[in-house]
Design a binder for this molecule. Structure first.
Ligand code: CO
Length: 134
């Protein structure tokens, strides 16, 4: 069902400081910050030859990553994202397997303008798992 690793997302308290780590220390190219008020985060992307890293900083009240950062004040891996060919078919198959889809179960448009869904971390080895239609 799952295909390529689309990205690994890392939650951070301070996007400018995190960008500096990737740009200066690791020598990667980092995009300009993109505010996503609908998702409660500001993101930057780091395009690597084989996948992407997303750095997420909380945006506004009640950001979905605020609690994660309370537990992980130095930041940490927040989720992984795999590509699927057909997100509805993937969702329906996962529901049949007993996996839990977060939210109302309907795909939302994600950071790359494509439909995404999130799967409950307790069903996937303690890892919040995002599916993105390729
Ligand atoms: Co993501």
């Amino acid at each position: 069902m799952i295909g390529r690793l689309n990205h690994v997302a890392i939650a951070v308290q301070d996007l400018a400081a995190a960008t500096a780590v990737y740009e200066k220390t690791l020598g990667a190219e980092v995009t300009k910050p993109i505010p996503e008020p609908d998702h409660g985060v500001t993101v930057v992307f780091i395009n690597l030859p084989n996948t992407k890293i997303e750095l997420l900083e909380p945006l506004g009240e009640g950001s979905p990553i605020a609690k994660f950062l309370e537990k992980n004040p130095s930041g940490g891996i927040h989720h992984v994202c795999y590509e699927v060919d057909d997100i509805i078919a993937a969702r329906d198959q996962l529901l049949k397997e007993g996996a839990r889809v977060l939210g109302d179960g309907e795909p939302k448009i994600g950071a790359h303008g494509k439909p995404v869904l999130f799967l409950h971390p307790k069903d996937f080895l303690g890892t919040l798992t995002e599916l993105e239609q390729a």
